[in-house]
Each structure stands twice: as C-alpha cells, then as structure tokens.
Design a protein around this ligand. Structure first.
Ligand SMILES: Cc1cc2nc3c(=O)[nH]c(=O)nc-3n(C[C@H](O)[C@H](O)[C@H](O)COP(=O)(O)O)c2cc1C
Ligand SMILES: Nc1ncnc2c1ncn2[C@@H]1O[C@H](COP(=O)(O)OP(=O)(O)OP(=O)(O)O)[C@@H](O)[C@H]1O
Length: 278
C-alpha cells in the first residue's frame, strides 16, 4: 500500500494520480461498518481493474474544530489504521491533513479537487458520510456533485443487535469496561500497545511476574479496573491480569501480572488484547 499525505492549498491539483475506486471516511478502529465500505470498494476496483484507494483525514475533525477543547479518544493510532487498511488490500491511502483551511472547503470543491482530481472512477461511502464546509455534503449531494461523471455507491447501515456499528459505540464499551462485547463490532478483541517500563519478579516461585507498562499514545484504554488480557511479547502469547488505575486526567498506570513467563524480559514493546473485565 502506498500512503500519500496531502496538505490542502487553494491551488492543489494532482498530475500523477492513478485511476481508482475510492472509499471515503475517517475509519477509526476499522470496524465491521468500515470493512463493509472497503470490501464493496475493493470488489468494484478489482472488477474495473483499477486501484483501491481510501481518502481519510488526520487529525479528527472534532479535534481541530474544537481548537483542542475536545479530546478525541482514538481507538487506533494512525500507524495501526494504516496497517489495518493495508491488510484489507487497499492500494493507495490518501491522508488529507484536516486543518481549518481544509474544513472551509465547500463540498462541491472537495468533490472536484479530490474525488475527481484523484481520478476516482467510482466512489463508495456509508449512508452517514458527510463532507465539506460544516459537514454539509452527504451521499445525496454527492450524487449531484459528481455530475453524473462517476457512479456513487452508498452502503446502508451495518448494525449488530439493532445498533449501528460505530467507533463511538466501541469507545462507549471501553468506557463501560465491556471489552468482551467489542469483537461483535470490531471483529477482534480490542488491542493496544505499550512499552515495558519496569519488570519485577523472576518467575521462579509462582511463575508470575509483574510488568509495568506505559501505554502508547493514540489508543484508548478501558475504564479503570482489572481485566483478563492476552499479551503478545517477542513471539509469545501470554495470559495475564491487567490492572488500570487512573493517575491524572489522561495518564493511566498499567500493571500486568503475567503467568507462565520467562525469567526476564528484554524487549520493550508489548501488545495486549483486552478479553474480559474481572
Ligand atoms: C472538505 C471537508 C470540509 C469539512 N468541513 C467540516 C466542517 O466545517 N465542520 C465539521 O464539523 N466537519 C467538517 N468536515 C468533516 C466531515 O463532516 C466528516 O466528519 C469527515 O468527512 C469524515 O467523515 P466520517 O465521519 O463520515 O468518516 C469536513 C470534511 C471535508 C472533507
Ligand atoms: N455501521 C456502518 N454502516 C455503514 N457504513 C458505515 C458504518 N459505520 C461507518 N460507516 C461508513 O464508514 C466510513 C467511515 O465512517 P466513520 O469513520 O465516521 O465511522 P463511525 O463509526 O460512524 O465513526 P464515529 O462513531 O466516530 O462517528 C463512512 O463512509 C461511514 O459512512
């Protein structure tokens, strides 16, 4: 997958874009709803024998438009979103820097400069995708603004047990500690990364050690409490009990008691899957 970072300017144009089917959206978490959009775009791209492209934005519009007053609790940092989209066989990821100047771009101009300008031959987004100044563009205006030049496919609402699958819902489940319900929406257990800061115990007596971990930024930890986790560390999968304690507003202390563990830890990075609240 090729990632192309774009900063908007009033005269922007693209001379070396490749014909593509384009999927649109922020895609935090890359959940089942997002996958529905991207799978549809992929099928259309393969049929036409053109690239599968995604247009996304960074940072989140809410973060920029609230001038930092609203903190967006991302499910995935950008680097993880990039990996997940690559696994879905996206060929080109266009990342438009969401700044205040870009936010003022009228919807019609977004379609002309970016969708048509980046050579989309077909555009796909979900039923609630919005774009353009004040989010005034939607999938009905898109039909008009592409002026019949490009077919538009709108993915109907993908839901689970009567609820729209959404990044917001997954954030709410994390806030409520309901991590075991997340796979129904996300497709997998919620996963975060962190760096080992301290390691105690040699694993000899009870074969368990305590790892203190600094969570990587760009993820959202579940609410304070104790959780069953599966930790991936240097090609091993280890079960453990993680406890999260809040230190200050956005700083959390994360300790993991790991069972069946080697006598020492050398690597720095851990990945943990959040299985169940205890
Ligand atoms: C050109 C452009 C301008 C936008 N301007 C605004 C804006 O003024 N206010 C706003 O709340 N969102 C604005 N947005 C954000 C969209 O409403 C929407 O959040 C974004 O396109 C991501 O769509 P999604 O949340 O459906 O994935 C803009 C988006 C685009 C592409
Ligand atoms: N459940 C869903 N069914 C169909 N399309 C969806 C669904 N969820 C998101 N999409 C589409 O996927 C793209 C990315 O959406 P977006 O990033 O806004 O997801 P979201 O889960 O709705 O986010 P948030 O909850 O933060 O508003 C958009 O085109 C959107 O319309």
């Amino acid at each position: 997958m090729k990632t192309v970072h774009i900063t908007h300017c009033p005269t922007i144009s693209f001379t070396d874009a490749e014909p593509c089917v384009m999927a649109l959206g922020f895609f935090d978490g890359v959940h089942h709803g997002h996958r529905g959009v991207i799978h549809c775009a992929k099928r259309l791209a393969r049929k036409r024998n053109v690239k599968l492209a995604v247009i996304t934005f960074f940072p989140h519009p809410k973060e920029v438009l609230s001038k930092g007053r609203e903190v967006v609790e991302y499910l995935t940092p950008f680097s993880k979103k990039e990996k997940l989209l690559e696994q879905l066989e996206v060929d080109i990821l266009y990342v438009i820097r969401f700044d205040r100047e870009f936010a003022r771009l009228p919807s019609k101009e977004f379609v002309e400069r970016y969708i048509i300008g980046l050579q989309a031959e077909h555009v796909v987004a979900g039923f609630d995708f919005t774009y353009g100044y004040q989010g005034q563009g939607n999938m009905s205006t898109m039909e008009v603004e592409v002026k019949g030049q490009i077919p538009v496919t709108t993915i109907p609402e993908i839901e689970w047990e009567g609820k729209k699958v959404s990044s917001t819902l997954i954030r709410e489940l994390l806030k409520a500690g309901c991590v075991s319900a997340i796979p129904q929406y996300l497709g997998t257990y919620y996963e975060t990364r962190g760096t080992l800061s301290k390691f105690t115990g040699d694993g000899s007596q009870h074969r368990s050690v305590i790892a203190e971990v600094v969570p990587d930024p760009g993820y959202t930890l579940p609410v304070e409490g104790s959780y069953e986790v599966e930790v991936a560390y240097e090609n091993q999968l280890i079960h453990g009990i993680a406890s999260i304690a809040k230190q200050s507003n956005h700083i959390h202390k994360l300790r993991i008691e790991l069972h069946d563990f080697p006598k020492s830890m050398h690597g720095e990075t851990l990945q943990m899957k959040w299985l169940k609240k205890i």
